[in-house]
Design a protein around this ligand. Structure first.
Ligand SMILES: [Zn+2]
Length: 410
């Protein structure tokens, strides 16, 4: 009943390659979604993201709620128009950010009271307020407000948290259904829309085709307990969402446990709806999770690492500040087709980074995103051709090789 916006076009083992149709264009899956916390991928202009082939970006409701305010963005026509991004957007609900403010928050049934990390002002988020904020922002995919379970958490704590998330999910869905069609771009008159779309030649602003509503995804919690994960999945599916996210992972647990929890959850999700694993991962992790049947992932790793001079390449990870690159005239990654690798040398990138130049972050981020997007492109191709297992072992062997000469991250 929900799958008119998601088509699976090829399968290889548990992995699937498909197409997610949003009000702002199609997204080929499995997809890695770059994180644009404050309506910007730090250091990268939107035209570069378009050129890199980014089809969907993530933005953080918590941060935009505090600054500049979701109501301000709504009045300016919504997040797409505010940031001049006509392709798809996903917003998280703010649950994870509020959870990370452990000393500044109070959780109760109604919602979460918290102090802003900016100025200490008191705020309140609830399932209804978080959903209203995401409707005001107008992202194509919005997330239910959840309680991200702490790690480590005992069984009883994880159960109570999971049950709260389930009750909140019901409230989010109810609010969403009562306010469907209120996204700012739904209110834009057709004249205004024509003016706005003629400004761009991306050809990706297709309000008139595909899915023309926001989509609400539910979030599975349950801590590191396989049976609670299963129960959370079953209860969330029973409430009924257009897609399902696995939340509360990548919060400090060992990687084997992350994988175990993903594997414990996936069999209980509908096979024909999108599955989103929140907050992962390294290049080899995103390939592994795609192989398990995950369709969407996001992580600050490629962009944050880039700003710290840590670059992912086909030969492994490298720290550009290392003295060995001072006179290296070669490209950052000889196998990368991005503009940075085509134009600049390792020596120049090292010089920019060591000199604290702004351009270092710009170029490093563009390359790391190119590397991640290219990895996902190759995953989709491998699924299409039925070669995913071979691709996975190739990625794993690079990852092993790279750890041998991995540079100090500090
Ligand atoms: Zn590159």
């Amino acid at each position: 009943m929900f799958n008119n916006f998601f088509q699976i076009e090829a399968r290889c083992g548990a992995a699937r390659a498909g197409r997610l149709c949003t009000a702002h264009g199609e997204v080929a899956t499995p997809v890695f979604m770059p994180v644009g916390t404050l309506a910007t991928v730090k250091g990268v202009p939107q035209e570069t993201l378009e050129e890199l082939g980014v089809e969907i970006l993530l933005a953080n409701t918590y941060h935009l709620f505090l600054r500049p305010g979701t109501e301000t963005i709504r009045k300016l026509g919504g997040l797409h128009r505010f940031m001049s991004w006509e392709r798809a957007l996903l917003t998280d609900s703010g649950g994870y950010q509020v959870f990370s403010l452990s000393d500044l928050r109070k959780v109760r049934e109604e919602g979460v009271e918290f102090r802003s990390h900016l100025d200490g002002a008191l705020h309140f988020l609830s399932p209804e307020i978080a959903t209203a904020a995401q409707i005001a922002l107008g992202a194509d995919i919005i997330m239910a407000f959840d309680e991200c379970t702490e790690y480590p958490a005992g069984r009883e704590q994880a159960r109570q948290s999971m049950e709260m998330t389930a009750r909140w999910a019901t409230r989010c869905k109810k609010y969403f259904e009562e306010h469907t069609g209120e996204a700012p771009w739904k209110r834009v008159s057709s004249f205004e829309f024509q003016v706005s779309s003629s400004r761009s030649d991306t050809g990706n602003s297709k309000l008139e085709t595909g899915n023309s509503s926001q989509l609400l995804f539910g979030i599975i919690q349950g801590g590191m307990h396989a049976d609670l994960r299963r129960e959370s999945a079953e209860r969330t599916v029973e409430i009924g969402f257009t897609g399902y996210a696995i939340g509360g992972l990548s919060v400090g647990e060992p990687r084997t446990l992350t994988r175990e929890m993903v594997e414990a959850t996936l069999p209980h999700l509908p096979p024909d709806q999108p599955r989103y694993l929140m907050g992962v991962g390294t290049p080899d992790e995103i390939v592994e999770y795609a192989a398990l049947g995950i369709d969407m992932m996001d992580c600050v790793l490629p962009t944050r690492a880039a700003r710290h001079g840590l670059l992912y390449t086909s030969e492994g990870k490298l720290a550009i500040k290392n003295a060995r690159y001072a006179d290296d005239a070669g490209p950052l990654d000889p196998r990368c087709g991005c503009r940075v690798c085509a134009r600049y040398s390792r020596a120049y990138l090292r010089h920019l980074y060591s000199s604290n130049e702004t351009l270092a972050a710009v170029l490093n981020t563009a390359h790391n995103l190119a590397f991640y997007l290219d990895t996902m492109r190759r995953v989709r191709q491998a699924i299409d051709l039925g070669h995913l297992a071979a691709f996975l072992s190739e990625v794993r062997s690079h990852s092993l090789n790279s750890s041998a000469h991995r540079e100090d991250p500090a």
